[in-house]
Design a protein around this ligand. Sequence first.
Ligand code: TYC
Length: 107
Amino acid sequence: MSDYDPFQDNMNGLTLQEAKPKLKKPPLYKVILLNDDFTPMDFVIEILMNFFAMPQDKATQVMLQIHTQGVGVCGTYSKDVAETKVYLVNDYSRAHQHPLLCTMEEA
Ligand code: TYC
């Protein structure tokens, strides 16, 4: 009885199972820009640099990828950060009369 191990034997022939952790990691969200025919390329590059902290060469690559493929990922964030970025980018684009669309989806 001195080195009784509760995970091996609880003295009735049954083995105890360790409790599963109850907390799941919160989901992450991809923030996405959609292509359109009207928003200037320089404006999209400016968005990627100023709202998504990309250096100019990376922002140019991502903008061209969206221009040719139709959509591109700007970054991956917690839900509240992703929602805020989507709101700020769409608000900024509308304030400059551009139709650029920003959205998000679970990663
Ligand atoms: N297609 C636009 C143009 O030719 C450029 C553009 C790129 C627009 C990416 C939106 O998310 C976008 N001026």
